[in-house]
Design a protein around this ligand. Structure first.
Ligand code: CA
Length: 224
């Protein structure tokens, strides 16, 4: 896997490059937005790590240019911690994931690996519906800024329903995907978990995301 690092802070860039190389990736470093655009038109990368704070053309502008040029390479944006506006702007401009600075190296590597792996499958890392966001790497679930604590099985149920958003999921499909059972447990297992999940998701809000389709199953969508 070939990774492009766009970062003007030399120490940071070399630190990340060495870490990626130690994991068996090939990694190139450029220090400006214009060099990033030149590099991506000459070489096909599997993942681009793009710092927002760059001299001259900033990371967001590079990102827009890449998408304008129809370069689909997954982009991991490095943002300032706590800057929600920057984060939202980045995702709207076509970033696939973001990581606030300072970050833990192991998390950066995990995100780069996931981006590279999922590029072919177009499996997004961040799932969103209305104000609900699910980070499938850290498994942090939020509505707006409120973090929602889920048990592991509740999380799997949510991720499955959210990846199928807009489509009705039958109880049997849920049992197969979330519990790995290939038989009908013949209990109200699914309904109990859905109820618990719904209670957690909708505790402090009137906007419903998890709907029951009577006699069929469940669907996640924004209320009409
Ligand atoms: Ca920088």
């Amino acid at each position: 896997m070939r990774v492009l690092i766009v970062e003007d802070e030399k120490k940071m860039a070399s630190f990340v490059r060495k870490a990626l190389q130690a994991e068996g990736f090939s990694a190139d470093v450029v220090a400006s937005g214009d060099d990033a655009l030149a590099a991506t038109s000459a070489t096909v990368f599997d993942v681009i790590i793009l710092d927002i704070m760059l001299p001259g053309r900033d990371g967001l502008s590079v990102l827009r240019q890449l998408r304008e040029r129809s370069i689909p390479t997954p982009v991991l944006l490095l943002t300032a911690r706590g800057d929600v506006g920057e984060r939202v702007e980045g995702l709207n401009a076509g970033a696939d994931d973001y990581l606030p600075k300072p970050f833990v190296l192991a998390e950066l590597i995990a995100r780069v690996r996931a981006l590279g792996r999922r590029a072919g499958e177009s499996q997004p890392i961040l799932l969103r519906l209305g104000d609900l966001t699910v980070d499938t790497i850290t498994r942090i679930v939020k509505r707006g800024d409120r973090v929602i604590d889920l048990a592991p099985r509740e999380y799997r149920l949510l991720e499955f329903l959210l990846r199928s958003r807009g489509r009705v999921c039958s109880r049997m499909a849920i049992v197969e995907k979330v519990w790995d059972y290939d038989f009908d447990p013949g209990t109200n297992l699914v309904d109990v978990y859905v109820m618990r999940l719904r209670e957690k998701l909708e505790r402090e809000t009137d906007s419903k995301l998890l709907h029951t389709v009577r006699g069929v199953g469940y669907v996640m969508k924004e209320s009409p």
